[in-house]
Design a protein around this ligand. Sequence first.
Ligand code: MN3
Length: 241
Amino acid sequence: MQTEDFSFSRRALLVAGSAAAIATRGFASAQPVLGRSTTSAEPAEAFTLPALPWKEDALAPVISANTISFHYGKHHKAYVDNLNKLVEEKKKYAAMNLEAVVKASYRESADAAVFNNAAQVWNHTFYWNSLNPTAVTPTGALLERIQTDFGGLDACKTRLVDAAKSHFGSGWAWLVVEGGKLAVVTTSNAETPLTTARKPLLVIDVWEHAYYLDHQNKRADYVQGVAEKFLNWEFAAKNLG
Ligand code: MN3
């Protein structure tokens, strides 16, 4: 498992339906960074907030339009804005795309703020693409892996839901490939599989801002609703490759 396999593939995002919006500095790692040259003396193009791949009310009532408006329009946007401010001062990140910033800043304790904001930009875009208002079920190689590694789709969803429910504090519940097998893991705060040998397939945001307006303290209602109705298995399949 090579770390370059974990790139937020543009192909997967094209399938997710918001190609034009995601073809920005942050999500074009599989090809030259769009609109700028790493050797140019021109100022770096700013990171941008990718468009949502569906309408704000598409996941209601599990995730209301109100939650999406804050989560995407305020939280996600703030991470983008903060990252742009930070990178203006931290010139070594100026020529990097988003994935490179996440990976490079992770190793620098003095750049924790850069990592936190960059990783949260990446994690949130991955999260929006992990959700799909149209019910789809896994097929093909992904379904085979799910059956082999979890014993079936229901068991896979249960593992993801249980991990999301039991994660302490803010973080993320991920379906990943680790050591050639599917696995469910959680990360805290801005931590992301991007800095590890794990390849992310899907994620559920379990920060309180993801569900508190709709479900208050009942995180289980949110994660069960997401797992039952909105997991984007097509996105997972593309990430599996
Ligand atoms: Mn969030």
